[in-house]
Ligand binder design. Sequence first.
Ligand code: GDP
Length: 388
Amino acid sequence: MRVFFIGFGQAGGKIVDMFMEQDKKMPTQSFRGIAVNTARTDLMGIKNIEMKDRLLIGQTVVKGHGVGTDNVTGARVTADEIDSIINAIDSRGTHDVDAFVIVAGLGGGTGSGGSPVLARHLKRIYREPVYAIGILPAPEEGRLYSYNAARSLSTLVNESDNTFIFDNSAWKNEGESVKDAYARVNDEIVRRFGVLFRAGEVGVAGVGEMVVDSSEIINTLRGGGISSIGYAISERINPRVKQKQGFLGGFMKKKEKSEELLTGEDKSAKIIALVRRAMLGRLTLPCDYSSAERALVLLAGPPQEMDRKGVEKSKSWVEENIAGVEVRGGDYPVASDYIAAVVVLATIENAPRISELLEIAKATKEDVIRAKDKRSSMFDEGIEPLFE
Ligand code: GDP
């Protein structure tokens, strides 16, 4: 899939920078990316996005210092400067793009406010789908961050074609510093979404046993709403051991046959186990997977390990476990010593973390209104103001 990434705000910019770094190392390039921010220093910290593709907005309002945690200002400056953002995207080339993906931390100001505005405009202008990767703040960041994230997400789900959620609180380890967690967590994000978004691209390793093209990803995400991703990686596969077995088999025809059969079964079993681990392990958004409307099962690994039967059986297993019946899937070969499985749980109905976030946001809003009323009533004791 050819993806145009837009990193909005600090977290978004950093993560898109990492997608670009990953893409540079690939034999063929599938990604394009720009970064948008109101803070100059955040844009300077980026390494793999060209200078001309880093866009500073809101200069007349915040003078390059960022909007802080004020996502209303983030939304306003984005709306005011939407033409220059669209121009930057256009000048990078969009004719061969399969999808747009906006990446942002939803708890702050720039990405939180700007992403839904950009999604709306991209959807109006282009025919390609517009997805978002929205990062939820950890509760310990404070209630304002949760409030911002709830407002941003409630808008974003209606403006984008599908929103992938990544929950920072589910991924931060006990006792880990926030900064350390970000470096590790960002790596996890880029690894998962890298495998997903690179599906359908023909690399030097050839085509898969069961090819997945970008239209299957798009169809999986068609239901809108929010989605979560599971991921698992196999143990290291030692190709040298495999070669030796094949060579020996040449002299012992009978044995070779039975070994082949066993290897085939092994391959399927390995794939099924990997897909189960991906879906039952830690998801980007912990949720009730049985409430997913659609799913996509994706395998990437060395060509000799790919197995049609394994993919088919995994798809059936996923289908038995989700609410809907639409499960797509396939594989693609990559030159690697590992097999990776990705399971997209699309259009999820039930995620306690989202309900919790919305509850915190509602309580915060009520507290803000109460505090405001208190403040205004203090001076409301019949003293005439100097002027109205
Ligand atoms: P913005 O620049 O105003 O859009 O705000 P930031 O991106 O700096 O922060 C918004 C939220 O994103 C924070 O509250 C964190 O929850 C999250 N965040 C910030 N930096 C990172 C990062 O590097 N990785 C991850 N996973 N989350 C981040």
